[in-house]
Ligand binder design. Structure first.
Ligand SMILES: [Zn+2]
Ligand SMILES: [Zn+2]
Length: 326
Protein backbone atom coordinates (compact mmCIF):
# COMPACT_ATOMS: atom_id res chain seq x y z
CA UNK A 1 0.00 0.00 0.00
CA UNK A 2 1.50 3.34 -1.06
CA UNK A 3 1.58 6.41 1.15
CA UNK A 4 -0.98 8.07 -1.11
CA UNK A 5 -3.37 5.10 -0.76
CA UNK A 6 -3.01 5.28 3.02
CA UNK A 7 -3.74 9.04 2.90
CA UNK A 8 -6.90 8.49 0.79
CA UNK A 9 -7.96 5.60 3.04
CA UNK A 10 -7.63 7.78 6.14
CA UNK A 11 -9.70 10.54 4.49
CA UNK A 12 -12.36 8.04 3.47
CA UNK A 13 -12.50 6.55 6.98
CA UNK A 14 -12.92 10.01 8.53
CA UNK A 15 -15.73 10.86 6.10
CA UNK A 16 -17.58 7.52 6.47
CA UNK A 17 -19.52 8.24 9.70
CA UNK A 18 -20.48 11.72 8.44
CA UNK A 19 -21.60 10.34 5.08
CA UNK A 20 -24.04 7.96 6.79
CA UNK A 21 -26.62 10.79 7.03
CA UNK A 22 -26.93 10.71 3.22
CA UNK A 23 -26.39 6.96 2.71
CA UNK A 24 -29.81 5.37 2.17
CA UNK A 25 -28.51 2.01 3.45
CA UNK A 26 -27.51 3.55 6.76
CA UNK A 27 -29.84 3.87 9.72
CA UNK A 28 -28.48 7.34 10.27
CA UNK A 29 -29.81 8.66 6.93
CA UNK A 30 -31.60 11.98 7.52
CA UNK A 31 -34.93 10.55 6.35
CA UNK A 32 -34.82 7.77 8.96
CA UNK A 33 -33.68 10.18 11.67
CA UNK A 34 -36.66 12.42 10.89
CA UNK A 35 -39.13 9.51 10.75
CA UNK A 36 -37.80 8.38 14.14
CA UNK A 37 -38.34 11.88 15.46
CA UNK A 38 -41.97 11.71 14.28
CA UNK A 39 -42.48 8.40 16.09
CA UNK A 40 -40.77 9.81 19.18
CA UNK A 41 -43.33 12.62 19.14
CA UNK A 42 -46.12 10.02 19.13
CA UNK A 43 -44.58 8.32 22.22
CA UNK A 44 -44.08 11.72 23.91
CA UNK A 45 -47.75 12.69 23.39
CA UNK A 46 -48.88 9.39 24.87
CA UNK A 47 -46.61 9.75 27.92
CA UNK A 48 -47.05 12.06 30.89
CA UNK A 49 -43.77 13.88 30.31
CA UNK A 50 -43.75 17.35 31.86
CA UNK A 51 -40.99 19.06 29.87
CA UNK A 52 -40.87 20.05 26.20
CA UNK A 53 -40.61 17.49 23.39
CA UNK A 54 -37.04 18.61 22.57
CA UNK A 55 -35.85 18.22 26.15
CA UNK A 56 -37.54 14.78 26.18
CA UNK A 57 -35.70 13.60 23.05
CA UNK A 58 -32.36 15.36 23.49
CA UNK A 59 -31.74 14.60 27.15
CA UNK A 60 -28.26 15.82 28.11
CA UNK A 61 -27.70 12.84 30.42
CA UNK A 62 -28.25 10.56 27.41
CA UNK A 63 -26.54 12.34 24.52
CA UNK A 64 -23.61 13.76 26.51
CA UNK A 65 -22.99 10.83 28.84
CA UNK A 66 -19.58 9.18 29.19
CA UNK A 67 -21.11 6.09 27.60
CA UNK A 68 -22.29 8.11 24.56
CA UNK A 69 -18.77 9.45 23.97
CA UNK A 70 -17.49 5.88 23.77
CA UNK A 71 -20.18 5.29 21.07
CA UNK A 72 -19.09 8.38 19.12
CA UNK A 73 -15.41 7.36 19.30
CA UNK A 74 -16.09 3.78 18.23
CA UNK A 75 -18.07 4.72 15.11
CA UNK A 76 -14.99 6.67 13.92
CA UNK A 77 -12.48 4.01 14.91
CA UNK A 78 -14.51 1.23 13.29
CA UNK A 79 -14.65 3.12 9.99
CA UNK A 80 -10.85 2.70 9.80
CA UNK A 81 -11.28 -1.05 10.19
CA UNK A 82 -14.00 -0.94 7.50
CA UNK A 83 -11.83 0.91 4.99
CA UNK A 84 -8.49 -0.82 5.57
CA UNK A 85 -9.43 -4.32 6.75
CA UNK A 86 -12.94 -5.17 5.52
CA UNK A 87 -13.34 -3.10 2.32
CA UNK A 88 -10.74 -5.02 0.28
CA UNK A 89 -12.61 -8.30 0.98
CA UNK A 90 -16.03 -7.18 -0.27
CA UNK A 91 -15.01 -8.44 -3.68
CA UNK A 92 -15.12 -11.95 -2.20
CA UNK A 93 -18.95 -11.73 -2.20
CA UNK A 94 -18.93 -11.13 -5.97
CA UNK A 95 -16.42 -13.94 -6.44
CA UNK A 96 -18.61 -16.33 -4.43
CA UNK A 97 -21.75 -15.51 -6.44
CA UNK A 98 -19.83 -15.81 -9.73
CA UNK A 99 -18.37 -19.18 -8.64
CA UNK A 100 -21.83 -20.49 -7.70
CA UNK A 101 -23.25 -19.36 -11.04
CA UNK A 102 -20.68 -21.62 -12.71
CA UNK A 103 -20.76 -24.55 -10.27
CA UNK A 104 -24.54 -24.96 -9.81
CA UNK A 105 -25.25 -25.91 -13.47
CA UNK A 106 -22.40 -28.46 -13.26
CA UNK A 107 -23.96 -30.03 -10.16
CA UNK A 108 -27.67 -29.78 -10.98
CA UNK A 109 -27.92 -28.87 -14.69
CA UNK A 110 -29.68 -25.72 -15.87
CA UNK A 111 -33.16 -25.04 -14.40
CA UNK A 112 -35.89 -26.07 -16.89
CA UNK A 113 -37.76 -22.84 -16.27
CA UNK A 114 -35.94 -19.73 -15.12
CA UNK A 115 -37.62 -17.17 -12.89
CA UNK A 116 -39.43 -14.25 -14.52
CA UNK A 117 -38.06 -10.75 -14.02
CA UNK A 118 -40.72 -9.76 -11.46
CA UNK A 119 -40.46 -13.09 -9.57
CA UNK A 120 -36.68 -12.61 -9.45
CA UNK A 121 -37.00 -9.16 -7.93
CA UNK A 122 -39.59 -10.14 -5.33
CA UNK A 123 -38.09 -13.52 -4.36
CA UNK A 124 -34.51 -12.24 -4.25
CA UNK A 125 -35.51 -9.39 -1.93
CA UNK A 126 -37.50 -11.66 0.38
CA UNK A 127 -34.95 -14.51 0.50
CA UNK A 128 -32.02 -12.14 1.05
CA UNK A 129 -33.86 -10.25 3.81
CA UNK A 130 -35.03 -13.40 5.63
CA UNK A 131 -31.71 -15.24 5.35
CA UNK A 132 -29.72 -12.15 6.37
CA UNK A 133 -32.00 -11.68 9.35
CA UNK A 134 -31.80 -15.35 10.38
CA UNK A 135 -28.01 -15.42 10.09
CA UNK A 136 -27.85 -12.22 12.17
CA UNK A 137 -29.98 -13.97 14.83
CA UNK A 138 -27.68 -17.03 14.82
CA UNK A 139 -24.51 -14.92 15.09
CA UNK A 140 -26.09 -12.81 17.86
CA UNK A 141 -27.16 -16.02 19.68
CA UNK A 142 -23.58 -17.32 19.52
CA UNK A 143 -22.28 -13.93 20.76
CA UNK A 144 -24.45 -14.26 23.85
CA UNK A 145 -24.10 -17.94 24.64
CA UNK A 146 -20.42 -18.65 23.84
CA UNK A 147 -18.22 -16.99 26.52
CA UNK A 148 -15.37 -16.22 24.08
CA UNK A 149 -17.67 -14.23 21.77
CA UNK A 150 -19.63 -12.69 24.66
CA UNK A 151 -16.46 -10.94 25.80
CA UNK A 152 -16.44 -8.99 22.50
CA UNK A 153 -20.22 -8.48 22.32
CA UNK A 154 -20.20 -7.16 25.90
CA UNK A 155 -18.81 -3.91 24.47
CA UNK A 156 -22.21 -3.25 22.83
CA UNK A 157 -24.05 -4.11 26.05
CA UNK A 158 -21.80 -2.05 28.29
CA UNK A 159 -23.57 1.11 27.05
CA UNK A 160 -25.44 2.64 29.96
CA UNK A 161 -27.30 5.16 27.79
CA UNK A 162 -28.62 4.46 24.30
CA UNK A 163 -28.65 6.79 21.31
CA UNK A 164 -28.79 5.92 17.57
CA UNK A 165 -24.97 5.84 17.36
CA UNK A 166 -24.89 3.04 19.99
CA UNK A 167 -25.88 0.74 17.10
CA UNK A 168 -22.26 1.16 15.95
CA UNK A 169 -20.73 0.62 19.40
CA UNK A 170 -19.24 -2.76 18.63
CA UNK A 171 -15.77 -4.19 19.12
CA UNK A 172 -13.74 -4.34 15.86
CA UNK A 173 -13.63 -8.15 16.21
CA UNK A 174 -17.46 -8.22 16.16
CA UNK A 175 -17.43 -5.78 13.23
CA UNK A 176 -15.28 -8.24 11.25
CA UNK A 177 -17.48 -11.24 12.17
CA UNK A 178 -20.66 -9.36 11.14
CA UNK A 179 -19.15 -8.31 7.83
CA UNK A 180 -17.87 -11.81 7.01
CA UNK A 181 -21.37 -13.12 7.69
CA UNK A 182 -22.92 -10.38 5.51
CA UNK A 183 -20.50 -11.01 2.61
CA UNK A 184 -21.12 -14.80 2.73
CA UNK A 185 -24.94 -14.52 2.79
CA UNK A 186 -25.01 -11.90 0.02
CA UNK A 187 -22.63 -13.93 -2.15
CA UNK A 188 -24.53 -17.21 -1.64
CA UNK A 189 -28.03 -15.80 -2.23
CA UNK A 190 -26.94 -13.73 -5.23
CA UNK A 191 -25.12 -16.73 -6.75
CA UNK A 192 -28.20 -18.99 -6.41
CA UNK A 193 -30.45 -16.36 -7.99
CA UNK A 194 -28.03 -15.69 -10.84
CA UNK A 195 -28.22 -19.41 -11.59
CA UNK A 196 -32.00 -19.64 -11.13
CA UNK A 197 -32.96 -16.55 -13.12
CA UNK A 198 -32.02 -15.36 -16.56
CA UNK A 199 -32.62 -11.78 -15.46
CA UNK A 200 -30.15 -9.42 -13.83
CA UNK A 201 -30.30 -9.46 -10.07
CA UNK A 202 -31.33 -6.10 -8.81
CA UNK A 203 -33.11 -5.48 -5.58
CA UNK A 204 -36.38 -3.59 -5.58
CA UNK A 205 -35.10 -0.24 -4.53
CA UNK A 206 -36.58 2.86 -3.06
CA UNK A 207 -34.11 5.70 -2.59
CA UNK A 208 -31.46 3.02 -3.00
CA UNK A 209 -32.59 0.68 -0.23
CA UNK A 210 -34.39 -2.65 -0.48
CA UNK A 211 -38.13 -2.02 0.16
CA UNK A 212 -38.18 -4.31 3.18
CA UNK A 213 -35.15 -2.73 4.80
CA UNK A 214 -36.57 0.69 3.90
CA UNK A 215 -39.75 -0.13 5.88
CA UNK A 216 -37.65 -1.35 8.82
CA UNK A 217 -35.43 1.72 8.77
CA UNK A 218 -38.34 4.12 8.34
CA UNK A 219 -40.47 2.76 11.19
CA UNK A 220 -38.28 3.69 14.07
CA UNK A 221 -35.12 1.60 13.75
CA UNK A 222 -33.24 4.53 15.32
CA UNK A 223 -35.43 4.34 18.42
CA UNK A 224 -34.12 0.87 19.23
CA UNK A 225 -31.03 2.52 20.65
CA UNK A 226 -32.72 5.32 22.55
CA UNK A 227 -34.60 5.97 25.81
CA UNK A 228 -37.89 6.31 23.90
CA UNK A 229 -40.01 3.19 24.53
CA UNK A 230 -41.86 2.71 21.23
CA UNK A 231 -43.85 -0.53 21.46
CA UNK A 232 -45.75 -2.32 18.67
CA UNK A 233 -49.11 -4.09 18.92
CA UNK A 234 -48.89 -7.25 21.06
CA UNK A 235 -49.49 -9.57 18.10
CA UNK A 236 -46.96 -7.71 15.92
CA UNK A 237 -44.18 -8.20 18.49
CA UNK A 238 -44.26 -11.93 17.66
CA UNK A 239 -43.29 -11.04 14.10
CA UNK A 240 -41.23 -7.83 14.25
CA UNK A 241 -38.89 -6.62 16.98
CA UNK A 242 -40.11 -3.27 18.28
CA UNK A 243 -37.68 -0.59 19.53
CA UNK A 244 -38.70 -1.28 23.16
CA UNK A 245 -38.08 -5.01 22.66
CA UNK A 246 -34.48 -4.19 21.69
CA UNK A 247 -34.22 -1.91 24.73
CA UNK A 248 -35.27 -4.95 26.82
CA UNK A 249 -32.36 -6.76 25.14
CA UNK A 250 -30.09 -4.08 26.67
CA UNK A 251 -31.65 -4.44 30.15
CA UNK A 252 -29.37 -5.03 33.14
CA UNK A 253 -32.08 -7.20 34.73
CA UNK A 254 -31.05 -10.86 34.77
CA UNK A 255 -34.52 -11.93 33.65
CA UNK A 256 -33.92 -10.19 30.31
CA UNK A 257 -30.40 -11.50 29.63
CA UNK A 258 -30.04 -13.29 26.25
CA UNK A 259 -33.58 -12.32 25.18
CA UNK A 260 -34.85 -10.58 22.01
CA UNK A 261 -31.79 -11.46 19.96
CA UNK A 262 -33.54 -10.78 16.64
CA UNK A 263 -32.67 -7.93 14.35
CA UNK A 264 -35.76 -7.18 12.24
CA UNK A 265 -37.88 -10.31 12.70
CA UNK A 266 -39.08 -11.54 16.09
CA UNK A 267 -40.10 -14.95 14.73
CA UNK A 268 -36.66 -16.46 15.43
CA UNK A 269 -36.91 -15.44 19.11
CA UNK A 270 -40.44 -16.82 19.18
CA UNK A 271 -39.31 -20.12 17.58
CA UNK A 272 -36.27 -20.60 19.82
CA UNK A 273 -37.81 -19.42 23.10
CA UNK A 274 -35.87 -16.16 23.52
CA UNK A 275 -38.77 -13.73 22.96
CA UNK A 276 -39.91 -11.15 25.52
CA UNK A 277 -42.76 -8.84 24.52
CA UNK A 278 -43.12 -5.27 25.73
CA UNK A 279 -46.35 -5.81 27.68
CA UNK A 280 -44.54 -7.88 30.34
CA UNK A 281 -41.92 -5.18 31.09
CA UNK A 282 -42.66 -1.72 32.50
CA UNK A 283 -39.20 -0.07 32.32
CA UNK A 284 -35.54 -1.03 31.96
CA UNK A 285 -32.08 0.15 33.01
CA UNK A 286 -29.41 -0.33 30.37
CA UNK A 287 -26.02 -1.97 30.87
CA UNK A 288 -24.30 -5.02 32.37
CA UNK A 289 -24.43 -4.02 36.03
CA UNK A 290 -22.65 -1.26 37.96
CA UNK A 291 -19.62 -3.37 38.88
CA UNK A 292 -18.68 -4.42 35.35
CA UNK A 293 -19.72 -1.19 33.63
CA UNK A 294 -16.77 0.62 35.22
CA UNK A 295 -14.46 -1.62 33.18
CA UNK A 296 -15.96 -0.26 29.94
CA UNK A 297 -16.21 3.48 30.47
CA UNK A 298 -13.53 4.52 27.97
CA UNK A 299 -12.76 3.54 24.39
CA UNK A 300 -9.43 1.94 25.36
CA UNK A 301 -11.04 -0.17 28.05
CA UNK A 302 -13.67 -1.30 25.53
CA UNK A 303 -11.00 -2.26 23.02
CA UNK A 304 -8.72 -4.12 25.43
CA UNK A 305 -11.02 -5.58 28.08
CA UNK A 306 -12.27 -8.48 25.89
CA UNK A 307 -8.68 -9.70 25.37
CA UNK A 308 -7.86 -9.27 29.07
CA UNK A 309 -10.97 -11.22 30.12
CA UNK A 310 -10.33 -14.00 27.61
CA UNK A 311 -6.77 -14.28 28.91
CA UNK A 312 -8.09 -14.50 32.48
CA UNK A 313 -10.42 -17.32 31.41
CA UNK A 314 -7.63 -19.19 29.60
CA UNK A 315 -4.87 -18.59 32.15
CA UNK A 316 -5.63 -21.53 34.50
CA UNK A 317 -5.78 -23.98 31.55
CA UNK A 318 -2.55 -22.58 30.06
CA UNK A 319 -0.84 -22.78 33.48
CA UNK A 320 -1.92 -26.43 33.83
CA UNK A 321 -0.58 -27.26 30.35
CA UNK A 322 2.75 -25.55 31.09
CA UNK A 323 3.05 -27.48 34.38
CA UNK A 324 2.63 -30.83 32.62
CA UNK A 325 5.45 -29.93 30.22
CA UNK A 326 7.86 -28.96 33.03
ZN1 LIG B 1 -26.76 -8.58 22.29
ZN1 LIG C 1 -28.30 -2.97 20.65
Amino acid sequence: MTLQEVYHGVLEAMKLPLQSVVDSNSRLHLLYLFSSLGLAYYVYRKSNEQGSFWSYVFRKDVWLSRSAFVDYSLIFLNSFFKVFLIGPYFVFGFYLSYKLEILLPEWFGYPSQGLSASATLVLYTIVLTVLSDFSTYVVHYVMHYVPFFWEFHKVHHSATTLNPVTQYRIHPVELIINNVKGILVLGLVTGVFRYWSAHPIEEITLIGANVLSFAFLFFGSNLRHSHIPLKYFNWLEYILISPFQHQIHHSDDERHFNRNLGSKLAIWDWMFGTLVRSESVSSVNFGIGKQEEKQYDSIWKNLLMPFANIWLRLKPAVARKVKTFL
